[in-house]
Design a protein around this ligand. Sequence first.
Ligand code: SAH
Length: 257
Amino acid sequence: MNPGGVTLVGAGPGDPELLTLKAIRAIRAATVLLVDDLVGAGVLRYARRSARVVHVGKRGGCASTPQAFIEKLMTAEALKGERVVRLKGGDPFVFGRGGEEAEHLRAQGIAVEVVNGITAGLAATTALGVPMTHRDHAHGVILVTGHARGEEAALHWPTLAAAAAQGLTLVIYMGVSSVGALQQGLLGALPPHTPVAVVQQASLPQQRHAVGTLAGLAGLVTGQGLGSPAIIVVGDVLRGLHHASLAGQPMQHGRAA
Ligand code: SAH
């Protein structure tokens, strides 16, 4: 890890055991760490005592640190010769603005390295004991955000549902706050009995999930009191999930299809 550069490090879904060796090495070497909300506390135990740790997330009462400030801070510290690690939940390049940050840094002439992390969608399906793809049920996956940047960028859910109906698993990030609209849109092209699951805090001890059908998706979220951070999974890979059992994980099943 070069001084004067920035490493965007994927901290995974929360469980520190899901960190990569590369991530641990980068965290250990860092002199400055800029840390997102969804980075599990256990991950920071690998940081040096002397490292400067800056929390730049939305939780903890403050509004989210403006993106421009984060980018400015990373640039300033890197130019001073610090070893800067930007720790992001999951994978740095799956949502979460890692792409924007890398573009900004490269435009300033700062070397950027990226270390993959296990993205929340993968942790969520694995927590359910199901694969994202399965030869019999799904020949692909769509990772999609339920939270578009602006109205005009909002997804047309019925069109997405039509693609999913061809045999693709939908893995929806940031979807719980707009679950009603999302459900209505998906019902435009997917049958009401399509299996769905919601996994909150995948890979952490507080992990909870619920399983049901598309017709009852919004009710499942409110009924079980599920909230962010959560992944919504839609598709036939979830079929038969009520038979699955996963040691050590609290199972909170609704009705499976
Ligand atoms: N870069 C991250 C995603 C950032 S967007 C990644 O690759 O995972 C933030 C969203 O990710 C949350 O709103 C939620 O939908 C999802 N998420 C992050 N951590 C999660 C977890 N442990 N369990 C469930 N969903 C999670």
